[in-house]
Design a protein around this ligand. Structure first.
Ligand code: MIC
Ligand code: SF4
Length: 661
């Protein structure tokens, strides 16, 4: 029996501090899914996972890991593998990965959403999400499912592999933040502006350790895709996830998807108690933009003025629903994209694209000069459409980190589809509220339902006949190393605050094809900050990295831990970590450590020799001592759960899970 992989075997739940008061929606779903741990703020809890999703850029590795765990068939209610990120085939690598994922899916009981079917989060919302269920995905924007009333979280590939095998997913029992929406958005002000306002107020660190739960009268004024825009970009707060109630609007959305049968009401009790709260008056919001290079660098358009632009990209899992696209088409109708502006549009799913084609909106976009792209992540992950040198690009996406677009000196502004479309026509940043009355964009009673691009898995009886198709670029999981009692080495790199996983392990058209080849991809590790880092770390053999606050924010890509593992990084010492990245480091067998006194960050420099001693005792005690060459002692925190200590001692989650079999 597997320690890690069995729910029925030893369910160990302690409902500590059970209160005689109402529950938040988050607590209700957590309580319905807890299989391990103490139900207490700040404690580690294990959750039963109902659904999983993977995408192709993280999926190949997740399925290599799933194969290594050795469970023949997924044990979730629904697992779906999407192909949406690596959709540029400028070599055999991405195509081989797709073929591999398709064959693994067929064999092991996973639904396979073929390239062309759309972005994982948009398609999952349309075709698979179920209110009240838990979902984890090897993509940080999995919280999009919160728009349907799911508890949907981003996770590293290994955590998803374990959950597919029936194992619990572990999180820190979060604080729950009530975000009360009052009023109604004014015409041309968008759901994007709501989440930009939350980011403006709370920052990219504001959600760490928290679930953002939306309540209030204003909720009723938002459609499911609008809610999903807000929960999607809640990832940029660093939040564990975000969630809306499931109500009559949710029921109507699911009915239009032909899935009313999966609807259930999900809501907080009226007397629910929250840890923190925030009120947002929707009627007081106006169009905003997140300025370079951070999603929380939010300013009202009025402050930015009529800035000349070079490029506009509309789409991504944040803003590519049918309603978003219809508004864009309305603004473009009868107009021409301004000279010197390139407008790219990627509708979020085949369903959306097909409906735009049928109702004529696509023709309006094409006539205006839009460059219509396939339904995929595309420019959001640097798969084409990189801006010109020092170009100004308006994007309806969720991340504008330095270099992510593929052009290092480009300036990316994150805006709503309404702002993007009007600006594309005008050639400068434009405020859509000047357009006057907004037409009512009615959603159809039935969406166009055609699941012909979702391949069903083989039956259990036929699974043996399915051959797994591997390409030469698909390399095994890197070698892991059990924790040692002493680490004596040099600091191979020191970086600042808010280092993203796009800094640690960049993506883009050139690097993404290497996602299933850790030795090759690791040559690009930290290339944005210091191109010499990979060679230096390899030469040192063993090293540690020092970082500032919110280290590892952004994506769920476990490659940001696996590449350092391959390069010999033993520990990362920071002022604080982003949630998913800290978990990925532990899963890779790398120690995430934080300064007990953040001021000690200044005492360390690249090249310094350090010693971490008595590590076994330190991890049990939750506190470790770093000794510098001059004998200075620095206190580091390492408050790990017993499960995390066992994972580190085993050399990571994969050997830990395998040894538990
Ligand atoms: C992203 O938006 O950064 C990505 C690309 O979707 C990542 C996943 C990846 O790196 O493959 C994410 O959000 O987790
Ligand atoms: Fe794809 Fe961009 Fe969404 Fe990531 S944020 S899943 S790259 S569309």
């Amino acid at each position: 029996m597997q320690r890690q992989l069995c729910y029925n075997f030893s369910i160990n739940i302690f409902f500590g501090g059970l209160r005689n008061m109402g529950l938040t929606l988050t607590e209700k779903i957590l309580r319905a899914h807890i299989v391990d741990g103490e139900f207490k703020k700040g404690a580690e809890i294990g959750l039963k996972i109902d659904q999983t999703l993977t995408q192709d850029a993280t999926g190949t590795m997740a399925y290599i890991e799933f194969e290594a765990i050795g469970i023949p068939r997924v044990r979730t209610e629904r697992s779906v593998a999407y192909i949406d990120h690596n959709t540029l085939q400028n070599g055999f690598e991405n195509a081989d990965d797709h073929r591999f994922i398709g064959s693994v899916a067929k064999k092991h009981g996973i639904y396979f959403s073929r390239p062309g079917n759309g972005i994982c989060h948009q398609v999952h919302l349309e075709r698979f999400g179920v209110p009240g269920k838990t979902l984890i995905g090897s993509d940080s924007h999995t919280p999009t499912g919160g728009g349907l009333g799911m508890l949907a979280m981003g996770a590293g590939g290994l955590d998803v592999a374990v959950a597919m095998g029936g194992g619990a997913y572990y999180i820190t029992y979060p604080k729950i933040v009530k975000i009360e929406l009052v009023g109604k958005l004014r015409p041309w002000v968008s759901a994007k502006d709501v989440i930009l306002e939350v980011l403006r107020r709370l920052s990219v660190k504001g959600g760490v350790g928290k679930v953002m739960e939306y309540v209030g009268e204003g909720v009723k004024t938002l459609s499911v895709p609008e809610r999903a825009t807000i929960t999607n970009m809640g990832a940029e707060l660093g939040a564990t996830t975000s969630i809306f109630p499931s109500d009559e609007i949710t029921r109507a959305f699911l009915a239009a998807e032909g899935r009313e049968d999966v609807w259930s009401e999900q809501k907080a009790d009226d007397d629910a108690v929250y840890d923190e709260s925030l009120v947002i008056d929707l009627s007081a919001l106006s169009p905003m933009a997140a300025c370079p290079h951070s999603p929380d660098n939010v300013k009202p358009l009025t402050e930015l003025g009529e800035m000349k632009i070079d490029q506009v990209c509309i789409g991504s899992c944040t803003n590519s629903s049918l309603a978003d696209m219809m508004k864009v088409a309305y603004i473009l109708r009868g107009k021409t994209v301004a000279p010197n502006v390139s407008l790219a549009i990627a509708p979020g799913s085949k369903q959306v694209l097909n409906m735009l084609a049928e109702n004529g909106a696509l023709a309006d976009m094409i006539a205006a000069g839009a460059r219509v792209l396939e339904s995929a992540c595309g420019p959001c992950i640097g798969m084409g459409q990189s801006p010109n040198s020092a170009g100004i690009s308006l994007r309806t996406f969720n991340r504008n980190f330095l270099g992510r677009s593929g052009t290092k000196d480009a300036k990316v502004y994150l805006v709503s589809p309404e702002v993007a479309a009007l600006s594309a026509v005008n050639g400068y940043l434009s405020d859509p509220t000047t357009l006057g009355d907004m037409p009512e964009i009615k959603m159809p009673e039935k969406f166009l339902i055609n699941d012909n691009m979702v391949e069903l898995p083989a039956s259990e009886a036929d699974a043996d006949k399915v051959e797994i198709l591997r390409g030469p670029n698909i390399k095994p999981f890197p070698e892991t190393h059990p924790l040692e009692n002493e680490i004596a080495c040099k600091i191979s790199l020191k970086v600042d605050d808010n280092i993203t996983t796009d800094h640690i392990m960049p993506a883009g058209a050139k690097i993404l094809p290497l996602r299933s080849n850790i030795p090759e991809i690791s040559k690009h590790c930290f290339e944005v900050c210091d191109p010499e880092f990979p060679a230096r770390a390899r030469a040192l053999g063993k090293s540690v990295i020092v970082g500032g606050a919110n280290y590892g924010q952004g994506s769920s890509r476990e490659h940001a831990a696996l590449a350092p593992l391959y390069l010999g990084v033993k520990a990362v010492i920071t002022k604080s970590f982003a949630r998913i990245h800290a978990a990925n480091l532990i899963n890779a067998g790398i120690l995430p450590l934080t300064f007990a006194d953040p001021a000690d960050y200044d005492k360390l420099a690249e090249g310094d020799e350090i010693v971490l001693s008595d590590i076994f005792a330190a991890v049990e005690a939750g506190s470790m001592t770093l000794t510098t060459k001059t004998g200075d002692k620095i206190k580091l925190d390492c408050a790990y759960s017993p499960r995390q200590i066992a994972i580190l001692k085993a050399g990571g989650l994969l050997p830990y899970t395998k040894s538990a079999k």
